[in-house]
Ligand binder design. Sequence first.
Ligand SMILES: Cc1ncc(COP(=O)(O)O)c(C=O)c1O
Length: 383
Amino acid sequence: MEPNFKALRKEFPVLERKTYLNSGSYCALANDVKAAFDAYMEDRLLVGANWDAWITKNESVRALTASLLHASPDEIAVTASVSAGLNALASALDFSGPRNKVVVSDFEFPTNAQIWHAQEPRGARVVHVPRAADGYIPAESFAKAIDENTQLVAITHVCFRNGAKLDIPGIVKLAHAKGARVLLDCYQSVGSMDIDVKALDLDFAAGGMLKYLLGTAGIGFFYARDALVKSLVPTNTGWFAQAEIGAMDITANRPSPSARRFEAGTPPVVNCYAAEAGLKFLLAVGTPAIEKRNFALTRQCMQKLQEIGWPSVTPVQDERRGATVAVPSRDSGALSKELMKRDIVTSHRDDNVRASFHFYNNDDDVNSFVAAMKDLRASFAPR
Ligand SMILES: Cc1ncc(COP(=O)(O)O)c(C=O)c1O
């Protein structure tokens, strides 16, 4: 049975005041998530230092993230950001031999290119796969870049600039055929669609709780496939990455046997409260239903933009699209501000205004956005 989206919408008070199309930057705040922040404050006031609650919340976030990704909790590190997880992974890789190539795409969020370029002094060679003439990057384009010297293919699931989704099964197949591993940056997709790290045959994945996972900034996750965990020893580490957190042993580095070895210091405690509430909410709605709804909303939005003569640059095929519709503008920053004056919350990257949808959006949101765009078209559409 389809979730009751109308009732769920009421759990996000900002939606009474705003047309909120910014989940690709920062989700709307759910009542449950606000209550979780309040519970943290209460705990601090009433209990003081609640170490057990801290640990319980961190483990709860780990277990919920595992269930979201169809992984095991031992394959999940709870991190402070995508960058933190990627840096821990990078520190465990050896680029001194012939297999020193890292393949990224031109769709990457900066952090998933900068961190690999930062490994160049350690021997890494970073190769960028460019867009094709139509602006998309098909799996075939990766075939030219991935070879026997490729150690890692580090790619985004959905592009933060234009909402395009890469062909992950196709790229994973190409990478594994050459003995390379695949890292998926799924920050722009996780929570907006169903992701099964096993079905996708991923080696690593990273994301965070700020966007479609309904949580907050300062908390993320890193997934490492069970069979790989023990072969990787991050030098970027800390006491929460040790086999025994409480051992307080200063004579050696003893990494956890699980993916917790990719963690570092004290967890972001207040963020764990918020992330736990967000993940519980999202899992109760269900990612397959969310994916279906987001496809319907983005499809409708793109069709209506086409009707007003201001088409988006986001691919029309469902298999090539995430939950964001990106619309080109001669001044995307000013357009986003104009929309905000009309209580329509969007964001902008490059020359595009981004309208990102989540299950709490509805047809009225699509209509308000497109009506405002129609009004603003003469001043802001590309010349
Ligand atoms: C695809 C993608 N990766 C990574 C990030 C950010 O990573 P971090 O958690 O390191 O700030 C973002 C957005 O903030 C993103 O859209």
